[in-house]
Ligand binder design. Structure first.
Ligand SMILES: Cc1cc2nc3c(=O)[nH]c(=O)nc-3n(C[C@H](O)[C@H](O)[C@H](O)COP(=O)(O)OP(=O)(O)OC[C@H]3O[C@@H](n4cnc5c(N)ncnc54)[C@H](O)[C@@H]3O)c2cc1C
Length: 386
């Protein structure tokens, strides 16, 4: 695996770093303190991202996106991970699921998202169905050519109130070799449709200002052209995107871990107790060494996964390993950094407590560590028939 950055990726890295310095970092503390990104600030980040060519950099050039490969995406996401989701999510990366848009959907959903005229949400999780996706109760039944959608979703997140949501709903039962299984279909559901209620959800202490929404559907009528992809193929459609999402979580965790580790190094080198820098105490110095080993290992895992993804050979277990390892590495780094800072690590005046709070979410969303371990275990045992 070659991990030397190509000339193009080095330029990308410098562009993203300059963007973060100018447009993002100056606003971090205020956004965390107030728990919101003022709309005019969000729009300014969005505008600058379009001007810099970072908006929709993940989508193919054929639809007006940046056409980055997965290796380049990982470099970009790693830098974004150094800050809050509340801010960097304004540098839009529309879900690649929208590439499944067909016919009129291209002009109604995909292209407006590429041009930052529309924002979407990805709505899978329900109050009673989190890790257990197949426990979903949201359903759509046929009514002539139409579908009638009922149910609810929660924890559905984005930078701002969206224009539409990609909603996963059960549309029947399939008989499979392992017994009956829900058929799941993805629908494009416009905000404002009769029966579709969307409101702000609970406040999260990680990434304050990043919004999450509660969605409910009461007899929402959808035409046949509101299905994204094919009826009954919703989970297959989202599978690849969910896998890459876990790799992006891993890349962002590496970025954040590097930022926290560097703050901890500075503190360990300058804070003196017993007449010397605390980094000279082995208990502190070894923590810095372990942080550095963990970060290096995590970066290599991400680079391995994206190299495989670029060749089209990445497996679910590769992405799961990245998600588990990088998010848990980040949480160890963040916790150790608080310890190195001592009491000051928990004071609002310094960024460590914020980065520590933000880190905690990474072990939960996009599938918890436990669910990732299930995926890895399955990949080990299933070939043996166990
Ligand atoms: C801020 C935020 C934003 C989010 N954004 C989105 C979004 O945009 N779209 C979306 O669809 N979802 C989103 N989510 C949902 C997220 O993916 C879920 O929170 C996550 O998958 C876990 O589900 P849960 O919270 O219901 O936990 P639960 O499923 O209730 O799990 C609780 C605990 O039980 C454990 N557990 C459950 N089942 C098993 C098992 N079989 N074996 C071992 N342990 C198990 C879990 O690992 C966890 O530790 C978001 C969540 C948050 C907090």
């Amino acid at each position: 695996m070659d991990i030397t950055l190509s000339h193009e990726n080095e330029l990308l890295l410098q562009t993203v770093r300059a963007f973060m310095e100018a447009e993002i970092y100056p606003h971090e503390e205020e956004v965390d303190r107030n728990g919101e990104v003022p709309p005019e600030l969000g729009k300014q980040i969005e505008k600058r991202a379009i001007e810099t060519g970072l908006y929709a950099a993940n989508l193919p050039e054929a639809v007006g996106g940046g056409g980055l490969d997965y290796t380049a995406m990982a470099i970009m996401e790693r830098e974004y991970g150094k800050t809050s989701h509340a801010l960097h999510s304004w540098i839009g990366r529309p879900t690649e699921l929208l590439m499944a848009c067909a016919g009129d959907q291209v002009d109604r959903y995909l292209m407006p998202c590429v041009r930052a005229e529309k924002r979407e949400l990805f709505a899978l999780t329900e109050p009673e169905a989190g890790s257990d996706v197949m426990g979903m109760k949201t359903n759509a039944r046929r009514d002539g050519d139409d579908w009638i959608l009922n149910g609810s979703k929660h924890f559905i997140s984005g930078p701002c109130m969206p224009d539409f949501a990609i909603v996963f709903a059960a549309t029947g039962i399939d008989e499979t070799s392992r017994g009956p299984r829900k058929r799941v279909t993805a629908f494009l559901v416009d905000v404002g449709l009769p029966g579709f209620d969307i409101r702000e959800g609970n406040k999260c202490v990680s990434y304050r200002g990043y919004q999450n929404f509660a969605l409910s559907f009461s007899d929402v009528r959808l035409g046949p052209d509101q299905i994204l992809g094919e009826e009954g193929r919703g989970l297959e459609l989202s599978g690849k995107w969910l896998g890459m999402g876990r790799v992006w979580v891993g890349a962002t965790c590496c970025g954040k871990a590097e930022r926290i580790r560097d703050l901890a190094i500075d503190w360990a080198a300058t804070r003196k107790q017993f007449g010397k820098p605390i980094g000279q105490f082995q208990a502190t110095g070894f923590r810095l060494a372990d942080m550095t080993i963990g970060l290096k290992t995590a970066d290599l895992l991400v680079m391995d996964a994206v190299a495989k993804a670029d060749q089209g050979i990445m497996q679910d277990a590769d992405a799961a390993m990245v998600k588990v390892y990088c998010s848990e590495m980040l949480n160890r780094v963040a916790d150790d950094a608080v310890q190195i800072y001592g009491g000051m690590g928990l004071m609002e005046e310094l960024p460590i407590q914020r980065l520590w709070r933000d880190s905690r979410l990474e072990r939960i969303w996009d599938g918890t560590s436990e669910i990732q371990r299930h995926i890895i275990t399955r990949s080990i045992l299933r070939p043996l028939g166990a």
